[in-house]
Write a protein that binds this ligand. Sequence first.
Ligand SMILES: Nc1ncnc2c1ncn2[C@@H]1O[C@H](COP(=O)(O)OP(=O)(O)OP(=O)(O)O)[C@@H](O)[C@H]1O
Ligand SMILES: [Mg+2]
Length: 366
Amino acid sequence: MAGIAKSWHYPRPRLALQYYQTLFDVGLISALALHGKRRMGKTEFLQQDLMPLVREHGVIPIYANFWEARSDPGKTLVHAIASELNDKGLLQMLKLTPRLSASLGGVSAGVDMEYRKHGTSSLDEAFDRLDAGKTQRYLMLFDEAQVLAELAHQELQAALRSKLDTRKERIKVIMVGSSVERLSRMLRTEDQPFYRWANMQDFPMLDDDFVRYELSILHAISRHRLDEASAQDIFRQFDCLPEPFRVFLDKFLTSVNGDAATALQAAHDEMAVDGHFEERWEAFKPADQQLLRYLAAGGQELTSAATRELIGHSLGRSSPESVATIQNAIKRLKEADVVVSIARGRYEFQDSEFLHWLLREKGRLD
Ligand SMILES: Nc1ncnc2c1ncn2[C@@H]1O[C@H](COP(=O)(O)OP(=O)(O)OP(=O)(O)O)[C@@H](O)[C@H]1O
Ligand SMILES: [Mg+2]
């Protein structure tokens, strides 16, 4: 690589262009829903690749991460619009809007009504501002879009759908989320306002080129050397996720002797500490823990007699666990976003680093 490496961010301009063209040039689709594993680079792609690209094409991106204020996604969106347009009036109006969580928690019908009035009017107001530039095109980016699927946000979902439907020539939407299940619940359930509204697609994982790019930067700034085959192997050990790989590179870069194995271990340790894996593990009920060890070993027939016996046995019981116990454990693990269902009766860990940690530290159950 010529000159000094500038950024660890591996750019994905072709992918960004493809989404831009699908929405703005082809025009058959006005909303896309992209899903992909946690830590695989969705947010970074939106912010560092897609937003700059659409700006170059004269489209104003509006990025809202609904995880920021999960109880009030409407406010997050209005705030995103106000900040992007640098609209002081709208920002001021938002300050006066009571929090939805407060109004729901307060159980006062009066407060709730008041909120709805303010909340709806600030959303109306925000869309009015977007209508002011008559031909201006916008791309709304809803990060952690599954938040909108929550029961408390049904009204907002409906309001958004009608606002966006009437403006679909000018305002396109990309939603992203890591929970396929929640996204599909929102887009594929008939009684949901967003039913069949967005086209669901897999967000592509990073590949070998990403690893080569990161290596080129590493070698441009460090005297430590790592051959490509080892780097690709380490990337695969991290299930091709960029985040743990970047943590590893950081450990490798700052190590004294440039030993990859030590850096790899340090990266695993850091991910476990940052992810509070041990604390999370301790908080699970014993049956949930055993079920996780079983799932980690690749087990699938969760409610079969053999599985229930195995789990009962691991809990020191002489009789098998009941079907209900297993079902409740699955339900809790799903609610806590630890596992996701990938097909009927089949589950996968949401966070692969947690899965690897569990296998290392707690052992498989099979
Ligand atoms: N294109 C990239 N080039 C280099 N590093 C990247 C790239 N994309 C992601 N990363 C690394 O991976 C980390 C996680 O990425 P990001 O937060 O975008 O994942 P995500 O899919 O949005 O995860 P989550 O589902 O948890 O929100 C980033 O902080 C960065 O370190
Ligand atoms: Mg993200």
